[in-house]
Structures are given as C-alpha cells and as structure tokens.
Design a binder for this molecule. Structure first.
Ligand code: GRF
Length: 213
C-alpha cells in the first residue's frame, strides 16, 4: 500500500510543494493524505487544494492546552490513516502526547546544520555568527526542539556577498531536494536508530570490499 503522509504547515508551504512535485515525478512513492495548518491564512493550503488534497485547519488558539491540541492533531491524522507525519514550516512545538502517538514517525526540516542554530530564524543566526558553511537538516521529531536523530543534511557555503536573505534563499533550494529524498529514505525502511544515529541496515550490513592480491 502506498505510504500515507500527513504534512503540517504554518506558512507558504514551499516544502509541501516540493514533496508534491517529487510524488508527481515518481521520485517519492507516497501520497499526501492530508495537509493540516494551524493558521487559516497559511498560504501553503492553496498548494494542497490545487493538488486535490484534503486540508484541515486546526487553530491552536482554540485549544485550552498543548495536550488538547496534540490530541486533536492526532485524531485528524488517524482519521486520514497517516503513517508518517512531515512538519514543513509548522511553527508549533509538539508535546509528549503527539510525539508518543507517532514515535519515530515524525520528520521535520530545519534550515541549519543542526545541532547548530536550533529555533527560529536559523539562517540569520548562522549568517550573523559568521559561519562559512550553512545548510539544512531533516531530523526525527522528539520532545526537545530541533534535537531528534538526523536523517540527512545538506551543506550550503556562505559567500562573501551574501545577505541573510540570499543565504536563506540558497538553503531553501537545498531543502526542496533534501526533504523528499529523506522522506523516501525513511519510507524505504531497513533503518534503525542507534543512540542518536540514524543507520540504514543496507549500509551496516554491507561487507567491506576486499581486494585479492
Ligand atoms: C523552511 O525554511 C523550513 O526549513 C523551516 O520553515 C521554512 C518553511 O518554509 N522549518 P515553507 O513554508 O516550506 O516554504
């Protein structure tokens, strides 16, 4: 059965669009079962509507507690039979209720080379710090912000003439290929998490190449 994704957004949804494009081009064998936004004005909802994908708006302000909000999100995701949750610019911290309901089945994309620069405005944090190499990370979501096991990363060199905005724009280009590829890797299975490390079994099981003399 085709794996069913639930994509959670808060804003413009360019990463959602890159996931939809990858599916269209058969680079990602999955289906977006539902797109959930925590804001009715999230621009990315239009991408879902255009692609004929069901959308749901769950405004966090309407819930008394984080746990109540998490439970409502889980209920919607279960209703659409979602197996893997993909956060794509979702600006809400998810609590233990949510993380426990989708253990090792929630991914996020973050615009820095974690563990450097977690939190908001990561590209500007990296730029202001003066790093020579910035980038983006796809990681599993745990209860700690931007701190779950890393699935994959892409590096983006900082140029002398960069501004925080031009750097963010080049990082975003990388995000758009990194995220669908990371989702495909996770969906392929045959991986495990060892401590903090995401390890694919194919790599672990492959015998070292030998040369005969
Ligand atoms: C991206 O930079 C992503 O890394 C971060 O939020 C931004 C979302 O952008 N988590 P978009 O809504 O996917 O265009």
């Amino acid at each position: 059965m085709t794996p069913r994704l639930g994509v959670l957004i808060s804003g413009r949804g360019s990463n959602l669009q890159s996931i939809l494009h990858a599916i269209e081009r058969d680079e990602l064998d999955a289906r977006v079962a539902v797109v959930i936004a925590n804001r009715a004005d999230a621009g990315g909802l239009a991408h879902a509507v255009n692609a004929g994908i069901p959308t749901e708006v769950l405004e966090h302000r309407r819930f008394a507690s984080r746990a109540d909000y998490d439970r409502a999100l889980v209920e919607v995701l279960r209703r659409y039979d979602v197996g893997l949750v993909c956060l794509a610019g979702f600006m809400r911290l998810l609590g233990p209720v949510f993380v426990a309901a989708f253990r090792n089945a929630i991914l996020n994309i973050h615009p820095s080379l974690l563990p450097a620069f977690p939190g908001v405005d990561a590209q500007r944090q990296a730029f202001d710090y003066g790093v020579a190499v910035a980038g983006c990370t796809v990681h599993f979501v745990t209860e700690e912000l931007d701190a779950g096991p890393i699935v994959s990363q892409a590096a983006v060199p900082v140029r002398d003439d960069d501004t925080a905005a031009s750097l963010a724009a080049r990082i975003l280009v990388e995000e758009h290929s990194l995220y669908p590829a990371a989702i495909a890797r996770v969906l392929r299975g045959e991986w495990r998490i060892e401590g903090r490390r995401f390890v694919t079994d194919a790599a672990a099981g492959s015998a070292p190449s030998t040369t005969s003399e």
